[in-house]
Design a protein around this ligand. Structure first.
Ligand code: MEV
Length: 448
């Protein structure tokens, strides 16, 4: 990935960003003091450090973002649009390239935590990422097959015919270098019968891939059923995208984390998550705090990515953590994550939602694989940040300030009142709606 401006061009039916004039835009993602800047100053920082123009940023304004009309074309029964805060994580350097990462989340502390972990990793070279080819699976379920074992072999004999028929559905994908790579036939024992399940394995290039593989599965299901001598039932992608993996690794210096004891405690915390599903769920939630925020900001399918994440976490029959934490020979923390990442650049909300388009543009990427790798790097950073806080001060201290502000707003505080009410609640360690109302009344009476 190299630094450069990107713009949107249309490749026939598929519209995807392309990077142009490599090097035209030198990005420096290391931005100290970000939280003390005004929104306007942060926006200037974004324009200086990404291909986005000032005009682009209007897509993130509540008044000029997704219109009701556009929303009405996206889903059914529309009555409005929902605003979610969109910020960006700073300090990320990924494979030697600096990038500002858009994150959409309602949870306080998430964006700051990712930025903080990225700052620490940056001192050791940042994040290094890699991935498999963008392979998705579609499943075709055959029921009432009398001889499942023989049906499996008959279907495998017809491999070339089935692949050719599936590929006919998407000439554009073939032209772009994608298409069906292989088939598998699984025999799945269920109560009552053994189902024959044909898997189509499809390289979906820069798409998330659901539409492409579902169309293929529907198109060849009858023929597969004829060969298998059963009845075709389900024809749908699998969100267990275990052939479409993205990976990230980074080193976090012990000194920067706060010392070798903290490295040891982070490794202990992570070790518990590997063996204890109760802890694994929360540990994985920490990683998905970052993953989902980038997936959402870029208009991708958060449920598909989370389904892929959690199905991978239980792939050996026991739910476990997906990140791995080790201490290297120098006593530093080494963290790594490998996870299914079914995200795209060319379809769905990524293509039609103006805020998502600008988020992709901010990243200055040209392929879905680059997006997947950035998302995994953010997930890894988020996980490290969460464990570090847990191994030191605990989560409540950091949450308190923003939580207090939310409570103050809920109690009716506006403008400068918000700071005054929330600061008092934090000082009193009493962050409650009724206390916010009392303090607000005092502030308004001029007693505070
Ligand atoms: C909170 O949203 C996420 C954490 O609970 C993650 C974790 O426990 O590792 C802090």
């Amino acid at each position: 990935m190299s630094a450069g401006r990107s713009r949107f061009t249309c490749h026939r039916a598929l519209c995807r960003p392309t990077r142009s004039e490599a090097g035209a835009h030198m990005v420096n993602s290391r931005i100290p003091g970000l939280k003390n800047l005004t929104i306007e100053q942060r926006r200037e920082t974004v324009v200086r450090n990404s291909p986005l123009s000032t005009e682009d940023l209007t897509a993130w304004d509540p008044a000029t973002g997704l219109t009701l009309d556009a929303a009405d074309h996206m889903v059914e029964n529309v009555v409005g649009v929902l605003g979610i805060p969109l910020g960006f994580a700073a300090n990320f350097t990924i494979n030697g390239r600096d990038v500002l990462v858009p994150m959409a989340t309602e949870e306080p502390s998430v964006i700051a935590a990712a930025s903080n972990a990225a700052r620490i990793a940056r001192a050791s070279g940042g994040f290094f990422t890699s991935s498999t080819a963008p392979l998705m699976r579609a499943q075709i379920q055959l029921v009432d097959v009398a001889d499942p074992a023989a049906a499996r072999v008959r279907i495998l004999e017809a491999r070339d015919e089935l692949i050719a028929a599936a590929n006919e559905q998407d000439p554009m994908l073939i032209q772009l270098g994608g298409g069906v790579r292989d088939i598998e036939v699984h025999l799945v024992d269920a109560p009552g019968q053994t189902y024959v399940v044909l898997h189509l394995i499809v390289d979906v290039r820069d798409a998330m891939g659901a539409n492409a593989v579902n169309t293929m599965a529907e198109a060849i299901a009858e023929r597969a059923a004829q060969i298998g001598q059963g009845r075709p039932l389900l024809r749908i992608l699998s969100n267990k995208a275990d052939l479409r993996l993205a990976r990230a690794r980074a080193v976090f210096a012990a000194d920067e984390l706060g010392g070798t004891e903290i490295v040891d405690d982070i490794v202990h915390s992570a070790a518990l998550a590997v063996v204890d599903p109760y802890r694994a769920a929360t540990h994985n939630k920490g990683a998905t705090n970052g993953i989902t925020a980038v997936v959402l900001a870029t208009g991708n399918d958060t449920r598909a990515v989370e389904a892929g994440f959690h199905s991978h976490a239980v792939r050996d029959g026991r739910y476990t953590a997906l990140t791995r934490f080790e201490k290297d020979a120098d006593g530093n923390l080494v963290a790594s994550l490998e996870v299914p990442m079914a995200v795209g650049l060319v379809g769905g909300a990524t293509k039609v939602h103006p805020a998502a388009q600008r988020a992709v543009k901010m990243l200055d990427i040209t392929t879905a694989t680059e997006l997947a790798e950035i998302i995994v790097a953010v997930g890894l950073a988020q996980n490290v940040a969460g464990l570090r806080v847990l191994a030191t001060e605990g989560v409540q201290r950091g949450h308190m300030g923003l939580h207090a502000r939310n409570v103050a707003v809920t109690a009716g505080a506006t403008g400068k009142e918000i700071d005054r009410v929330s600061a008092r609640m934090v000082a009193e360690k009493a962050i409650r709606a009724e206390r916010a109302a009392e303090i607000l009344a005092e502030v308004r009476r001029g007693q505070s």
